[in-house]
Design a protein around this ligand. Structure first.
Ligand code: ATP
Ligand code: FE
Length: 334
């Protein structure tokens, strides 16, 4: 069994994953304290990780029916993410590994989002490479070619905002709570996706994407509706949310379709928080012969995906463990 920890943003997560990629426990403690600020406050996030981490680890072990004696390795997210938040997970993982004489496996968070597809779950058995993978999350959005279990090649990525960031900022413009993605999805269910025509970034070449113009377009649409008098944009929230969501889904799906075409691969996987979105899951469901859609809880941040990635990564040299550091930004040339 591997004990995996993930604290890259505002969720304190611990999971127990078996060597054959089964999830025995996947505990996620979301810090609702940030909602009042309309975004994650890094310093508050790390303090809460500190308070929650040991409880979450104990809970994961209890749910797995295990103790630390059953654990063979400790996996942890090293980056990218919020430095202070990552440090809590890494320090905890180091402490457990050193105290118990266990190997420590540092994992890249984005590799983790891809690796959610390497677990047994609602989507069936693990998906074997090669496949195309869309990762759309709060800080990153890219389409990658996955040829093995421990790496991926980015084929196209956002040139500005991430898809999740666009949904979060869009939600804010519509007066919806943070994080915006799930709220936009909820409100959009009662709206008309064709009510407003938002830009789809057709001008962006190849497999790259852009969401900044979309956000600006929503800002101007809301302003115009408010300036027109009457109930203004507030009366059209459902239509605005549905059309905005549709524009995000459409752009992501078009890039995925192009990537499948370009690579000649007929197998698709998805990951990252935005991959929890119902209309996106539905739209991508028919894009390829094999479409692997992990359970929603494996798309948004969780530690089981970190454990899944760790199954295919080397452990750190024990001599290097004390000095092992976190990294805040993506190390690939994204
Ligand atoms: P990164 O993985 O890039 O470091 P992150 O870890 O903060 O960023 P995730 O937790 O993977 O991001 O994803 C969070 C994002 O997913 C947020 O932007 C959130 O709005 C979005 N999201 C979550 N659920 C949904 C949903 N149902 N529909 C659309 N977006 C969603
Ligand atoms: Fe993430």
């Amino acid at each position: 069994m591997i004990l995996a920890l993930e604290t890259s943003c505002d969720d304190t997560c611990a999971a127990v994953v078996t060597r054959d990629a089964r999830v025995l426990a996947n505990v996620i403690s979301s810090q609702e304290v940030h909602d009042a600020y309309g975004g994650v406050v890094p310093e508050i996030a790390s303090r809460h990780h500190l308070e929650l981490m040991n409880l979450v680890v104990d809970d994961a072990l209890a749910r797995a029916g295990a103790t630390l004696d059953d654990i063979e390795a400790v996996a942890v997210t090293r980056g990218p993410g919020l430095t202070g938040a990552l440090l809590v997970g890494l320090a905890t993982a180091k402490a457990i590994a050193v105290a118990r004489g266990l190997p420590l496996i540092p994992v890249d968070h984005l590799q983790g989002h891809v690796a959610a597809n390497f677990l047994h779950g609602d989507a069936g058995p693990p998906l074997e490479p090669p496949f195309v993978c869309l990762v759309a999350s709060g800080g990153h959005s890219f389409v990658a070619r996955v040829d093995d279990h421990h790496s991926f090649t980015v084929l196209g990525r956002t040139l500005d905002d991430a898809a999740g960031e666009a949904l979060d900022k869009g939600a804010r413009l519509l007066g919806l709570p943070f994080p915006g993605g799930p709220h936009i999805e909820r409100v959009a269910a009662d709206g008309d996706p064709a009510a407003f025509a938002f830009p789809l970034a057709h001008g962006v070449p190849g497999l790259d994407m852009s969401f900044a113009g979309l956000k600006t377009s929503l800002l101007y649409t809301v302003r115009d509706l408010d300036a027109a008098g009457g109930a203004g944009a507030a009366a059209r929230t459902a239509d605005l949310a549905a059309s905005y969501q549709q524009a995000v889904v459409d752009q992501l799906a078009r890039r995925v379709e192009r990537a499948l075409e370009q690579t000649g691969l007929d197998r698709l996987a998805i990951g990252g928080g935005v991959a929890a979105n119902g209309p996106l899951r539905e739209r991508l469901g028919t894009c390829a012969s094999v479409v692997h859609v992990p359970a929603r809880a494996l798309c948004t941040d969780n530690a089981a995906m970190i454990g899944a990635a760790a199954l295919h990564q080397p452990s750190a040299d024990p001599a290097d463990v004390p000095a092992l550091d976190v990294y805040a930004t993506d190390r690939r040339a994204l």
